[in-house]
Every structure is written in structure tokens, then in C-alpha cells.
Write a protein that binds this ligand. Structure first.
Ligand SMILES: *Cc1c(COP(=O)(O)O)cnc(C)c1O
Ligand code: SF4
Length: 357
């Protein structure tokens, strides 16, 4: 963690930066922090700015372009926050943001408004507020720890937090959302895994993006977790030019099955500010799913979802939830029946125009 690449000066010693990358890093200011672990850095191509893994971690100036329908908090998480760090959107489960640090920062992060800002500290006083809320809300049977990345906490802190959650009788199910096994697989030590094992039933959702991430180190990390009886799922964000083709996605899904990781969700990229260069059309995602279904193992297929702008929860892209279009917006119905709009400009319009601006 201490040796992460965090500055333009350092990055320049490793990569040949493109103009778009240099322009972004030169602007500083509102930029989501730069942070790349040395391990993940070793997977980046020093010469090719279009390499998929490099695009996910190295900023480009398009991050500063705001296009219609984008927002800093597109999912309206701040509105569903009863105490700092708890997002209570669904009746029976909560998202518990344990802190705002990640091992590496993804440029398309849905929580780019909070991550790396240092506002959500993992001190016991704040975490205790979240625990108290969960303890006092008996309908919560499922707690998803996220952030930031919970696996960047120390073993001791995480052990304490999981122990507290497990002591709440109505909490049946705890899972951790993490990218650490992918960006810092060395963190998955025997000691960590032994500690996690004490808190079963515990599930893990691992954030994967591209088959190039499935290195021997990651294979070993997943094996350790699986061998400790932790069911592994994956979450992947659909990203233009990164993983939006059938061969790339199929390769990723197959490698996950071999690592005993069950693909869970494929997310349409959230319309956070400055994300147009990453977002595909929804049609592209549907075409991708059609190119996979039937052609591969059913276990390999994630559910393709949009996290509803405005906060309706995850909406699967199925005929019953897609109501139609209104200009550049796709109209979606959430599980509560409410209608949400996702900005989905068609090729040659909207996004394309903004990109060339
Ligand atoms: C994703 C999410 C969950 C978990 O949803 P599942 O569909 O059960 O995986 C819970 N709360 C919030 C706020 C979420 O964004
Ligand atoms: S690991 Fe998750 S929370 Fe952290 S920057 Fe990436 S997408 Fe955001």
C-alpha cells in the first residue's frame, strides 16, 4: 500500500504517457485520486495507452467532460444514508461502507465522489454507529461490507467488525465486496483467510474487469479463499473498449469458473460525472449477453443489471423491466414499480458528440 503509484511524476517513470493521460494528471483538482498498486502496475503496458487494464486505472482528460444525465451521486446513495456509511435502500439489507480507501482506484468508480477523500474513517466510533443502526433495525438480515475496500483494513479491525456483525441475531448473511484479490492478491494471506473463516457464513464478491487480471497470483488468492469455504462471486462493470466484446468477456467468465468464482453481476457503467468514454449503449450489453447465452455454461452467465439512477436498486435488463425509451433515456422499472431513467444516447448522437467536443 505504501508503494502505490500516486503521482504524475512517479507514473511517468514507468509509463510512456499519452497526451490525454498527461492532460488529466496535470489538472489535479477534482480528480478521483490516482492509486495503483505496484503489482497491478506490473500488468500495465508501458507503451499502449489503449491497453484495457491501463484504461481502467490511468486517468484521461475525458474524465473532466460532463455529459447529459451524469451526476456525482447517480444512485442517490446519499439520500438513503441514515447514519454515515450505511446505505439502506432495500427493505432487508444494507450496504455498509467501512471506509473510503481502496488499494487501487478505478477510473469509472461509482463512488468516485467519496473514495479516497478520507471522510469515512474506519475508527471504532463511526463503525459503531453503523453497527448500532443495524442492531436496532431487525428487518436487516443481509449486510454487504464495501467502501472503499474492506480488505484494506487490518486483520484485527476486520475481525472485530465481523465479530460484532455476527453477534447481531437478525444478521443472517454477510458478504464483502472487494477488489483486493485482483489488485493486491498478496493481501490474501493465510492469516487473513483463517480469520475470515471464523465468521461463516461469509461470502465474497470480487470485482474483476478483464481476463488479463487472472494471473497465477490471483488464482492462488482465490484458491485460498475458496479452500476456506468462502463462496466467491464476481462483479464486473461493462466498459467500452475494455471488456465489451464476446471473446474478452467469455474468456474472463471462463477463467472465473476455473478459479471457483461464480459470475454474479455485470453492471451497466453508472453515469458518474466524466464516464461517457467508458459507457457502452445498453444495446451493446444486451448483444453481449446474447452472444454468451447458450454458447457457454449457465454458471458462467452473470445477471446484466443497471443500478437505477436515482436509487431504485439494481434492475435486471429483462423485457419486464425495460419499458422503452424517451429520447436519449432508457426507461426502467425497479422492483418497487417506480420508473427510472438511464442516459443511453444512441451511437452518432449524444455521447459521441460530447467525446469529440
Ligand atoms: C448492491 C446493493 C445491495 C445488494 O444487492 P444484491 O442485489 O442483494 O446483491 C444492497 N444495498 C445497496 C445499497 C446496494 O447498492
Ligand atoms: S475498488 Fe471499487 S470502490 Fe474502489 S475505486 Fe474501484 S470501483 Fe471504486
Amino acid at each position: 500500500m505504501r508503494h502505490r503509484i500516486r503521482t504524475l511524476a512517479k507514473l511517468e517513470t514507468i509509463l510512456e504517457l499519452s497526451d490525454a493521460e498527461r492532460a488529466a494528471l496535470g489538472q489535479g483538482g477534482d480528480l478521483l485520486p490516482l492509486g495503483i498498486t505496484p503489482y497491478y502496475m506490473s500488468l500495465l503496458d508501458p507503451a499502449d495507452p489503449q491497453q484495457p487494464l491501463r484504461r481502467t486505472m490511468v486517468p484521461v482528460h475525458q474524465e473532466f467532460l460532463r455529459t447529459p444525465g451524469e451526476a456525482d451521486d447517480p444512485l442517490g446513495e446519499d439520500e438513503h444514508t441514515p447514519v454515515p456509511g450505511i446505505v439502506h435502500r432495500y427493505p432487508d439489507r444494507v450496504l455498509f461502507l467501512v471506509h473510503d480507501h481502496c488499494a487501487s482506484y478505478c477510473r469509472y468508480c461509482t463512488r468516485s465522489r467519496v473514495v479516497g477523500q478520507g471522510e469515512l474513517q474506519p475508527d471504532r466510533a463511526r463503525l459503531s454507529l453503523g453497527l448500532e443502526y443495524i442492531r436496532n433495525t431487525p428487518q436487516i438480515r443481509d449486510v454487504l461490507l464495501s467502501g472503499g475496500d474492506p480488505l484494506t483494513l487490518s486483520d484485527d479491525k476486520l475481525d472485530w467488525l465481523l465479530g460484532e456483525l455476527r453477534s447481531i441475531p437478525h444478521v443472517q448473511f454477510v458478504r464483502i465486496g472487494t477488489m483486493v484479490p485482483v489488485v493486491m492478491p498478496q493481501r490474501i494471506t493465510p492469516a487473513l483467510v483463517k480469520m475470515l473463516h471464523k465468521h461463516h457464513p461469509l461470502w465474497l464478491s470480487i470485482h474483476f474487469t478483464h481476463p488479463d487480471e487472472c494471473t497465477p497470483e490471483v488464482v492462488r488468492a482465490c484458491r485460498r479463499l475458496s479452500d476456506a469455504g468462502i463462496p466467491l462471486g464476481s462483479q464486473t462493470v461493462l466498459l467500452k473498449g475494455v471488456n465489451d466484446s464476446v471473446p474478452v468477456m467469455r474468456d474472463l467468465l471462463h477463467r472465473q469458473l476455473m478459479m471457483r468464482v461464480r459470475p454474479y453481476y455485470l453492471y451497466q457503467c453508472d453515469p458518474i460525472s466524466g464516464s461517457a468514454h467508458f459507457r457502452t449503449t445498453v444495446q451493446a450489453g444486451l448483444d453481449l449477453m446474447r452472444g454468451l447465452r447458450g454458447h457457454t455454461t449457465g454458471y458462467a452467465l452473470p445477471t446484466y443489471v443497471i443500478d437505477a439512477p436515482g436509487g431504485g436498486g439494481k434492475i435486471p435488463l429483462l423485457p419486464e423491466s425495460v419499458l422503452g425509451r424517451d429520447g436519449d433515456s432508457l426507461l426502467l422499472r425497479s422492483y418497487t414499480g417506480k420508473v427510472h431513467r438511464y442516459p443511453d444516447p444512441q451511437p452518432g448522437r449524444g455521447v459521441a458528440r460530447c467525446e469529440s467536443a
